[in-house]
Write a protein that binds this ligand. Structure first.
Ligand SMILES: *[C@@H]1O[C@H](CO)[C@@H](O)[C@H](O)[C@H]1NC(C)=O
Ligand SMILES: *[C@@H]1O[C@H](CO)[C@@H](O)[C@H](O)[C@H]1NC(C)=O
Length: 329
C-alpha cells in the first residue's frame, strides 16, 4: 500500500515537475532573435525537463506594430519570419510560448534587433587571377535572403588583406575599396600571395564574415612585354638568317629553281599522265553487273510469233506486253 502511494506520488511529481506553479506549461529557454544575410529567425530551447509532444507558437512585432503570428503549433525549435513582409530597416522583437494540449506557457520575449544594423553579413567570394607580377582580385557579394547587399547598404566597401604565403604577420590591407575588382601591383615576382576580404558598411557596425583565404603565385616581372620582345627577336633572327642564306647560296638556288638540264622525256610523260587512283583502277577492273533476262515470245491473236529481247520491244509496244519480265539479281 505504501509502495503504491509512493509510486503514485513519484508519477505525479514526474508529470508536474516541469510545470510551473498552477499547472501551466513551463516556458521555452534561450529565446533569441537573430539575423544573418538579412533573414529574421527566432530560436529557442525546449523547457527544462519538457515532456514530449510540446508545440510552440512564435510571434514577432516591430517597435511600432503589435505582435503578429509567425508560426503556430510547430514542434521545431525555431521560426523563420523572413518571408512575412519583414522590413529591412525594422526593429523587431520575437516571442514564443510552449503548448501542451489545451495548456500553454507564458510568452517569452526575445532580444530586439534592427535587421540591417544587426544582421551578420556572410563572407564574400574571392577569386584571384595572377598576371605577371600582379594579382587581380575579384569579389562577389554574399547572397541575401531578400534584396541584395547593395540595395540594403548604399556604399559597402571592401577591406582586402594580402600577405606573402607564409608571412601572415606582415599582411597589408587596402580598405575603403568600392569596386569589386582590384589589381594588386606592389608584389614581388615568383611569389605566392594569399588574399582575404571583408565587407564594411556604415549602417552595420560589424564587418562581414571574412572570405575564405585564397592564394595565387605571381610569375615574372611583367609578362606580356617580355614575351613580345622575345618573339620579335626570334622572328627578326630567322628573317636575317634567311636573307643571308639566300645571298650566299643564290647560285645554287637559281640552279635548283631553273635547271639547265631538261627532264628525260619518259619522266615528263609520267608526270603529266593523269593520276591513277585506286578507285579508278578498281572500277576499270570490275565487270559491270550481269543482267539476267529471258527472251519473251509474244503470240498475237492471229498466231504469228514475234521474238526478241524485251528491252528492244519496250520502246514501241509497252502496252502490248505488260508482263515482260526483266530479272535483275
Ligand atoms: C494549435 O493548438 C491548439 C491546442 O491544441 C489548438 O487549440 C489550436 O486550434 C491550434 N491552432 C492551429 C492553427 O492549429
Ligand atoms: C581590414 O582587415 C584587416 C585584417 O582583418 C584589419 O586588421 C583592419 O583593421 C581592417 N581595416 C578596416 C578599415 O576595416
Amino acid at each position: 500500500m505504501a509502495a503504491a502511494v509512493c509510486a503514485f506520488i513519484l508519477t505525479l511529481s514526474a508529470l508536474c515537475g516541469p510545470r510551473v506553479g498552477t499547472g501551466a506549461v513551463s516556458t521555452p529557454t534561450n529565446v533569441s532573435l537573430k539575423s544573418s544575410n538579412m533573414d529574421l529567425v527566432l530560436s529557442w530551447d525546449s523547457p527544462e525537463g519538457a515532456s514530449s509532444g510540446l508545440l510552440y507558437t512564435a510571434e514577432y512585432n516591430t517597435s511600432v506594430t503589435s505582435y503578429k503570428v509567425g508560426c503556430v503549433n510547430i514542434s521545431q525549435l525555431e521560426c523563420d519570419f523572413t518571408n512575412l513582409s519583414i522590413s529591412m530597416y525594422g526593429k523587431y522583437t520575437g516571442r514564443v510560448r510552449a503548448q501542451l494540449g489545451a495548456e500553454s506557457s507564458n510568452w517569452v520575449e526575445s532580444n530586439q534587433i534592427t535587421v540591417d544594423k544587426d544582421t551578420i553579413i556572410g563572407s564574400p567570394t574571392v577569386t584571384l587571377f595572377s598576371n605577371g607580377a600582379t594579382i587581380e582580385v575579384t569579389i562577389v557579394d554574399p547572397v541575401f535572403k531578400t534584396s541584395s547587399l547593395r540595395d540594403v547598404y548604399s556604399l559597402p566597401t571592401y577591406n582586402i588583406t594580402y600577405w606573402k604565403y607564409d608571412q601572415i604577420k606582415k599582411a597589408r590591407s587596402l580598405s575603403n575599396i568600392h569596386q569589386n575588382r582590384m589589381v594588386l601591383n606592389d608584389l614581388e615576382h615568383w611569389t605566392k600571395y594569399c588574399v582575404q576580404v571583408q565587407i564594411n558598411t556604415k549602417r552595420n557596425p560589424n564587418p562581414s564574415k571574412p572570405s575564405k583565404r585564397v592564394c595565387a603565385s605571381t610569375t615574372n616581372e611583367s609578362g606580356a612585354p617580355w614575351v613580345a620582345a622575345v618573339v620579335t627577336f626570334v622572328i627578326m633572327a630567322v628573317a636575317v638568317a634567311l636573307v643571308v642564306t639566300a645571298v650566299v647560296y643564290r647560285k645554287s638556288i637559281s640552279h635548283f629553281l631553273c635547271p639547265k638540264d631538261s627532264l628525260p622525256q619518259h619522266f615528263k610523260e609520267y608526270l603529266l599522265a593523269p593520276p591513277i587512283s585506286p578507285v579508278y583502277l578498281a572500277m576499270q577492273n570490275s565487270h559491270p553487273p550481269e543482267e539476267i533476262y529471258h527472251p519473251v515470245s509474244i503470240i498475237s491473236d492471229n498466231g504469228t510469233v514475234e521474238e526478241g529481247s524485251p528491252l528492244e520491244a519496250t520502246g514501241t509496244s509497252c502496252s502490248k506486253q505488260p508482263d515482260s519480265t526483266i530479272g535483275k539479281r
